[in-house]
Design a binder for this molecule. Structure first.
Ligand SMILES: [Fe+2]
Ligand SMILES: [Fe+2]
Length: 400
């Protein structure tokens, strides 16, 4: 059994033993100790392992563990708000016992000592459990995203500072995907799907759907921030439109990759503060067909993300670009990504204009439904965003 799987199995056993036996029972102590040894074995090859529990999927780092699909503990963890476990370096045996105690307490076990397990001689640290974050040990667990903003040049910051999102790992993965596309001209599909799985979890980490949009911190991070936001918005809209989870994720991938062709557009054009010359505009307007070509050359199965990349600037009345010789309807998925793309672009600071407030961007979409946007899709999007804003207001999170 490989180390990540062994660790998760031992974790489930340690938690089961914590429910079955009293705090000082040797079987409980032994199960926790065996799990701790499994963690140390895992850390010998991966110092900072992380796991996400997303419904039926268990994700280790960026990879779904196929052997654990439908693992009953994945659902159980997600149900108690433990959608993610991150180990931040070396963990002492005492810290590990605290981690087991905290997760066990969440499982609601009260029989045989309940959450009263403690390590003899170990003072209990001050609780910081606010329902989202674990106590301060080297193991963190809770909602997707945890917290913090990445260090170094590539940071994006969450638009919702009061919510437990940073989407830092997802941003990092997007930067990797873009660098692979720029260098190798291929899309690393496994990473793209892992980002989408993780974003899908972030969308529901609160038990209700609240859309975690990122705010742009520096102009050179636009593509990263925009890709994540369009992916999240596309999934939220697809869900609101009643699509099944598989189609929702495919739309998430399409949203994530829609602007991939921009890796071929010179950065000075992308960040030009003034209006573009005809030659510059022509270069910019190549990104849909370049993106579709890159996606299809990478993986022939990605026909839908390729169609969306090609069509996401085409309006319902046939306007927009790329210009086609014969008018035809766009794929439905393209109309979904199109509205999300325009909203995020308007709602974000650009070198040539400040971000529009959400209400103004929604009003713009409302006015252009029927000409630019599919009216049913546009109306569903407007309703979704207004509902989301009411949800944010109720939580006291600023959003304008
Ligand atoms: Fe675009
Ligand atoms: Fe875009």
């Amino acid at each position: 059994m490989n180390p990540p799987i062994r660790f998760l199995h031992e974790l489930s056993r340690a938690l089961a033993a914590s429910s079955l036996y009293g705090p000082q029972h040797p079987a409980r102590y032994k199960a926790i100790n065996t799990c701790y040894e499994a963690l140390r074995a895992l850390q010998a090859e991966d110092e900072e392992p992380s796991f996400s529990f997303l419904g039926r999927d268990v994700v280790y780092g960026y990879d779904a563990i196929r052997e654990l699909q439908d693992w009953e503990w994945s659902d159980r963890f997600a149900a108690i708000g433990v959608q993610r476990i991150e180990v931040m370096g070396e963990v002492s045996a005492d810290e590990f016992a605290i981690f087991i105690e905290d997760v066990h307490a969440r499982l609601g076990a009260t029989a045989n000592g309940g959450s009263g397990f403690s390590v003899p001689g170990t003072p209990r640290p001050q609780g910081t459990d606010d329902g989202n974050l674990s106590r301060q040990t080297a193991i963190r667990f809770g909602a997707i995203g945890v917290q913090g903003v990445s260090s170094g040049g590539g940071s994006v910051e969450p638009a919702l500072p009061d919510m437990p999102y940073s989407l830092e790992e997802e941003s990092e993965a997007i930067r990797y995907i873009h660098s692979q596309v720029a260098g190798e001209q291929t899309v690393p599909l496994v990473e793209a799907e892992a980002v989408v799985r993780s974003l899908s979890g972030a969308l529901h980490s609160d038990g209700q759907m609240l859309i975690p949009l990122l705010k742009l911190k520096s102009f050179d991070q636009y593509t990263t921030t925009h890709s994540i936001n369009v992916s999240v918005l596309s999934m939220a809209l697809a869900e609101a439109l009643g699509h099944n989870p598989r189609d929702v994720r495919i739309l998430g991938v399409a949203g994530l990759l829609h602007d991939l062709g921009k890796v071929r557009v010179p950065p000075e054009i992308l960040s030009k503060p003034g209006s573009l010359s005809p030659e510059e505009r022509e270069l910019l307007e190549r990104h849909p067909s370049d993106g579709a070509r890159i996606i299809l050359n990478s993986d022939k199965r990605l026909t839908l993300p390729a169609a969306v990349a090609f069509e996401h600037h085409i309006m319902i009345n046939g306007g927009g670009y790329p210009r086609r010789h014969f008018a035809r309807d766009c794929h439905y998925a393209s109309t979904v990504v199109h509205v999300c793309d325009v909203y995020d672009a308007l709602h974000t600071d650009r070198p040539y204009r400040a971000a529009w407030p959400s209400a103004k961007a929604l009003h713009y979409i409302e006015r252009r439904a029927d000409r630019e946007f599919d009216p049913a899709v546009a109306n569903a999007f407007i309703a979704l965003m207004r509902k989301n804003e009411r949800g944010l207001d109720a939580k006291g999170v600023a959003n304008n």
